[in-house]
Design a protein around this ligand. Structure first.
Ligand SMILES: *Cc1c(COP(=O)(O)O)cnc(C)c1O
Length: 859
């Protein structure tokens, strides 16, 4: 019989063990190993069954066991010690509190997904995991951050396979009462309700769940409340499900509802108003409109309010794939963005923010990334290469400027080491290196023997093998209820074989099946009788992506071949829990995206943290960190004629590297192509060169990959400037915002008349390195003042098409009415070129390109 309703009854924990409830209530346990060990000690089996979720776990432990522990002084003291440690963590000054510079009082972080712990599945992949890691690192560093998202009743989906390898999706409902969440309530006990006006007089209502992620508060909006009819209850049913309208409703709720939830929370918690708003991807872009609406309510005009909001907003773009950007039908957005929803905001002004550059404003799709960039004065991509690609991709928003000047910087993603480093490796560092900070330990010291590190690596690999077998059997039994799983499944994989991992979402650009390009060559690599290789693969395709599902099916069918099935396995339902097992268990982490479509990629970083070497196309983070000591580069065949040829050449490189470099290094035997010899490893069975690379990776690469480095960069390069800008704009009744809006309008009006009339340069017959070039320019300023503009000499190496490579900008000085002049030194030989331009200038602008206005000299 099936129940019609289900809820979790929270355990009554004995008074003396109250510390356990406190520990369970803060998600710090997700990355604090001693706390996890404390729970495990209570009942290891129930702990495993609960998938390491303390709230569910405490509900499942036998009351008698809890009574027994409550009488155990030693255990009670241990629990209290951990609780005291948590209290200290939550209150003591940390990195941020020791900064000397001015810094934001509070940062609000918005993301459509959060991957914090396996027990709270509110993510689909990298974007969510990154958001989770951002919160954890912000907490560790003491950055005052409050985060906002949605609570999806069924998360993303859970994946299984049909017997013929076709992805099946299931949507088991989560019970928030069994999760470390509490409803945001007023002191009188009533739940805070957020509402959004819908077209035709309807209302969308949401309650707000609150989670504690260390020092960070996370607010999640949930529409599954009785106040909503059936039609609206399901708005937050699942992540990235449903059609366009469903998605738009989610994003309106996240952006507009999110800001309203934040206000309600701040009032209850006595928190200050956030000075910086950070949008993790464009989905939360409507937050800017809600804040504009509020500023209009305080007496500003739309352009003034826009300036105010922009100054304190940071936008992070995560995808160079146009299909990865949310675009809505204009008419749909127009239906929802009414003045009931956003008081004071004229719908036409709101709609204009999403118009794609160059498109007809009446018919353009409403583009969330474009809106994000218009609403945020501070923007970034997520790796150096992705920054470059983004500057090109969005260059049309800043017409007249070279892509290099597009104001989108980059902060390379990082991953949260305490969450992602295997406890066995941390324990090894403790034992042999005398530190629990494995991320910054000296892994190259002789104090740690090769054999010891290698033994831990084997232990991690063996754990993966065992778990993979268990999952294979479980998957088979699910497909064949009542049957007995085939015997080979409990023999699949081998704890001593070179293990390659590949796991990620399955959009086409990630090329899940590149390894199958030449199936026979690949099969030969897997089944080499003396030096075999095994592959562990996982990944989910979006439920609507049949192409992705076909790729999975192809792979699953390949892996089912009787001669291969013990060497290559596909594990269904990739999630944080599996990831925690996969990275440590692999020797090599494979990544084969179509360059440059992988914005950053973080799984390879997590693998490196667990003593795995990377084997990857030079894309995303690997494009900036790849080195011989850290793994291998698969060269991108950028010059290939078409995608087919490109796949073929890149796959050939992949096989080549495996056969001739990776396999010989792992088994410590020379390449058979170069020598007929056959050598065993050293007497201790340790492959020396491999270990040297592992140590180099742990010692020199890993310290660069941490989310702490990433969050510090956000604070220093984006949050602090944004807060400073915001303060300048908001002070004195928003005088700065009013002036900047008026000034921008005046400059825009006058700009068509701004011109460089004439440029002359003096006196160089035979220019040589070291000579000075004197330039004078005559301008028409169309009624603007000298103070409104900067006149710049832009010079550098001239390319054959006359464009300037790595241009240098020198500001020209005013010599008289409309006359400017200055000098540059010719500091290198070769083709040299220059031009003169006029750009708007105001200390409240972030850079010369901000208004997208420029007047260039004509040749
Ligand atoms: C790290 C991680 C991802 C993201 O990996 P990419 O390399 O960025 O694609 C996705 N899912 C899970 C479960 C992860 O842990």
């Amino acid at each position: 019989m099936k129940s019609i309703r289900k809820f979790t009854v929270r355990a009554v924990v004995p008074e003396r063990l109250a510390a356990l409830e406190k520990l369970a209530a803060n998600l710090r346990w997700a990355w604090h190993e001693p706390t996890r060990r404390l729970f495990e000690h209570i009942d290891p089996e129930a702990w495993a069954r609960s998938e390491h979720d303390p709230v569910t776990f405490l509900g499942e432990v036998e009351p008698a066991r809890l009574e027994q522990l409550a009488a155990d002084d030693e255990f009670v003291a241990r629990a209290e010690r951990e609780h005291a440690e948590l209290d200290a963590y939550l209150t003591e000054p940390r990195w941020y509190q020791r900064l000397e510079e001015e810094r934001p009082e509070l940062v609000a972080y918005f993301s459509p997904e959060y991957g914090i712990a396996a027990a709270l599945p509110q993510y689909s992949g990298g974007l969510g995991i990154l958001a989770g890691d951002h919160l954890k690192a912000a907490s560790d560093l003491g950055v005052p951050l409050v985060a906002v998202g949605l609570f999806y009743r069924t998360g993303y989906f859970s994946q299984s396979l049909s017997p013929d390898g076709w992805q099946q999706e299931r949507y088991p409902a989560l019970d928030p009462d069994g999760l470390p969440l509490s409803v945001l309530r007023r002191p009188d006990g009533s739940a805070v309700q957020i509402s959004l006006a819908l077209p035709d007089g309807g209302t969308l209502t949401a309650r707000v769940w609150r989670a504690a992620v260390g020092r960070v508060t996370l607010l999640l909006l949930d529409t599954d409340v009785p106040a909503n009819g059936d039609e609206w209850r399901g708005v937050t049913d699942r992540l990235y499900g449903g059609g366009s309208e469903h998605r738009l409703l989610q994003e309106l709720l996240l952006g507009i509802g999110g800001v309203r939830a934040l206000r309600a929370w701040a009032e209850l918690a006595g928190a200050p108003e956030p000075e910086v708003f950070h949008m993790n991807e464009g989905h939360a872009g409507f937050l800017g409109l809600e804040r504009i609406s509020a500023a209009i309510g305080e007496g500003l005009t739309f352009p003034e309010a826009l300036q105010l909001v922009r100054g304190g907003t940071v936008f992070t773009t995560h995808t160079p794939v146009p299909a990865g950007i949310d675009r809505f039908d204009r008419a749909l957005v127009e239906r929802y963005v009414t003045s009931e929803l956003l008081p004071g905001v004229a719908p036409a002004d709101a709609l204009a923010l999403g118009v794609e550059p160059g498109a007809d404003p009446e018919t353009s799709a409403f583009n969330m990334a474009v809106m994000g960039l218009r609403l945020a004065q501070h923007a970034n991509g997520v790796s150096e290469l992705h920054g470059r690609v983004s500057r090109r991709m969005f260059a049309a928003l800043w017409p007249g400027f070279d892509p290099e000047e597009v104001p989108i910087t980059s902060v390379t993603n990082g991953v949260h080491a305490p969450s992602w480093t295997d406890p066995a490796l941390i324990a090894l560092a403790e034992r042999t290196l005398g530190t629990d900070d494995s991320e910054h330990a000296d892994w190259q010291t002789p104090a740690l023997g090769d054999a010891e590190l290698w033994a831990v690596k084997r232990e991690m690999r063996a754990r993966l093998v065992e778990e993979a077998r268990r999952r294979l059997v479980a998957g088979w039994e699910e497909q064949h209820p009542g049957g007995q799983a085939p015997e080979w499944m409990s023999r699949a994989l081998d704890p001593d074989v070179l293990t390659v991992g590949f796991a990620r979402r399955v959009p086409t650009y990630k090329r899940l099946t590149l390894m199958l390009q030449d199936p026979e060559r690949f099969a030969a690599i897997l089944t080499n009788p003396v030096r075999p290789v095994q592959f562990v693969i996982a990944g989910k395709a979006h439920p609507a992506d049949d192409e992705g599902k076909r790729l999975i099916q192809r792979l699953v069918q390949f892996a089912a071949r009787p001669e291969l099935r013990e060497r290559i396995v596909f594990l269904p339902d990739y999630d944080i829990g599996m990831a925690e097992l996969l990275y440590p268990g692999c020797d090599v982490w494979l990544n084969t995206p179509l360059r440059p479509l992988e914005a950053c990629g973080t799984s390879g970083m997590k693998a490196a943290m667990n003593a795995a070497l990377n084997l990857s196309i030079l894309d995303g983070w690997w494009a900036e960190y790849a080195a011989d000591d850290f793994g291998w580069v698969i060269p991108s065949a950028d010059s290939a004629g078409d995608e087919g040829e490109r796949d073929e050449r890149e796959a050939a490189s992949l096989y080549e590297l495996l056969e001739h470099r990776i396999v010989p290094a792992f088994y410590d035997r020379p390449d058979p192509a170069e020598s007929a010899g056959f050598f065993e490893r050293d007497a201790d069975g340790v492959p020396g060169e491999w270990l040297r690379m592992l140590r180099a990776t742990l010692a020199r690469l890993v310290p660069e990959l941490g989310a702490d480095r990433m969050v510090r960069e956000y604070v220093e390069r984006l949050y602090r400037p944004a807060a400073e800008r915001r303060r300048a704009l908001v002070a004195d009744g928003a005088r700065g915002a009013r002036e900047l809006a008026a000034w921008s309008a005046r400059v825009r009006d006058a700009w068509p008349e701004v011109r460089v009339l004439h440029v002359e340069s003096g006196g160089l017959d035979q220019p040589a390195v070291g000579d000075e070039l004197h330039v004078r320019a005559e301008l028409a300023l169309g009624g603007l003042d000298d103070a409104d503009v900067a006149v710049e000499l832009v010079s550098g190496r001239s390319r054959p098409d006359d464009s300037l490579a790595e241009p240098r900008t020198t500001r020209l000085a005013r010599l008289g009415d409309g006359e400017y002049g200055g000098t540059v030194t010719l500091d290198r030989a070769g083709a040299f070129g220059y031009t003169v331009r006029v750009v708007p200038s105001n200390p409240l602008l972030a850079g010369p390109a901000e208004l997208g206005l420029v007047a260039l000299a004509e040749g």
